[in-house]
Design a protein around this ligand. Structure first.
Ligand SMILES: NC(=O)c1ccc[n+]([C@@H]2O[C@H](COP(=O)([O-])OP(=O)(O)OC[C@H]3O[C@@H](n4cnc5c(N)ncnc54)[C@H](OP(=O)(O)O)[C@@H]3O)[C@@H](O)[C@H]2O)c1
Length: 325
């Protein structure tokens, strides 16, 4: 049975994925690498994890040694940490000559924000990225939001020893499974923003497009990618034909910010239930202003061919339900 090494098990996506792996592949020995030391009993007894290794992503030697021992590495821990991806690749490359290993990396569609316009308005001419077009995927580079690790993974895949697959989700909402109430990146940055500014902003007229998807839709697709990888002795096509962009509804940022504002008002995090329009320069710190200022458009043709679908509750409805609870 192929062994799996999973990074990010205590996160929003990883918390669901580890349970899905147990259900679908109960015989595959799963190792998890995490820094949280309070989850061992849950991971062992409930998630049927075979081996638990504690550490942080800067412990390169530990990560190299672990990757060297496993057939498949799934990284839903960081789409930003170049050192982590380099250590994974180094370990996989140290496996015996002739042995094919697999790396399934989770990146993000934050790469594909069209920064030609930063006024918060939607522009019909904004680039629509297509995961089925290798020429689009070839444009991925380290200057993009998640492009550093993507480049490490793509280059490793080109060398041919590691079968690489990259899944790029858009903004993820929903609740974590398991004992850690992980918010994931997008829900966290909206929360940090309201704490920073005292209100929830949107940039300009707020018609720029935010694509988003429910966390529950991601695990079935990750399993499809894993199935696909297991079936492919020699992957067909180039590394660029193993990139999958996944998303759900396209919602203007103004609507997204208004829905978060109502939730945060109900939770007492802000004194206003209304979102507020600001110029980009006044939207504060972090990556959220950059994301809000521009369109992020893509189509999932390759992912759809592999079975991608999003039939979960939409973001605005989800936040509305959270507000009532
Ligand atoms: N959520 C989104 O909207 C979104 C959108 C696009 C792409 N992505 C990408 O998809 C992947 C999964 O996202 P997510 O929302 O599930 O992320 P998440 O909830 O933030 O989970 C991150 C996981 O990585 C672990 N981690 C982070 N830094 C670490 C370190 N230095 N050492 C050890 N462990 C560390 C966290 O452990 P702790 O529990 O100890 O913190 C957690 O298990 C990430 O790569 C993310 O960038 C997310």
């Amino acid at each position: 049975m192929p062994s799996i090494l999973l990074f990010g098990v205590s996160g929003l996506v990883g918390s669901h994925l580890v349970l899905a792996l147990k259900d679908k592949y109960p015989d595959f020995p799963v190792t998890v690498f995490l820094r949280n030391t309070s989850l061992d009993t849950y991971l062992h007894d409930t998630a049927s994890v075979r081996r638990i290794v504690h550490g942080t992503f800067d412990e390169k030697d530990k990560i190299v040694a672990l990757a060297k021992e496993h057939d498949i590495v799934i990284n839903v821990g960081s789409s930003w940490d170049v050192g982590l991806s380099e250590a994974i690749v180094e370990g996989l490359n140290q496996q015996p000559e002739g042995k094919k290993t697999t790396l399934i990396h989770m990146s993000g569609t934050g790469n594909f924000v069209d920064k030609r316009w930063k006024d918060g308005a939607s522009h019909p001419e904004a680039k629509v990225w297509d995961d089925n077009n290798p020429e689009d995927m070839k444009l991925i580079n380290p200057s993009m939001l998640n492009g550093g690790p993507d480049t490490v993974v793509l280059n490793a895949g080109k060398e041919g020893k590691i079968r690489t697959y990259i899944v790029f989700p858009s903004g993820i909402y929903g609740e974590a499974a398991g004992p850690v109430p992980a918010l994931g990146v997008i829900q966290l940055v909206f929360r940090e923003k309201v704490k920073e500014l005292g209100f929830v902003p949107y940039v300009g007229q707020g018609t720029a497009i935010f694509n988003n998807l429910h966390v529950r839709s991601i695990t079935p697709f990750m399993l499809k990618v894993l199935d696909h990888a297991l079936q492919e002795q020699s992957p067909q096509g180039s590394v660029y034909e193993r990139c999958y962009l996944i998303g759900g509804q396209e919602v203007p940022y103004k609507e997204v910010s208004e829905a978060f504002a109502k939730l945060f008002y109900a939770e007492g995090l802000t004194s206003s239930s209304e979102a507020k329009s600001v110029p980009l320069e006044e939207a504060g710190e972090g990556e959220l202003p950059m994301l809000m200022a521009s369109d992020m458009r893509f189509v999932s043709n390759r992912a759809k061919a592999l079975g991608w679908k999003h039939d979960e509750v939409g973001l605005i409805e989800y936040l509305g339900q959270q507000t009532k609870n």
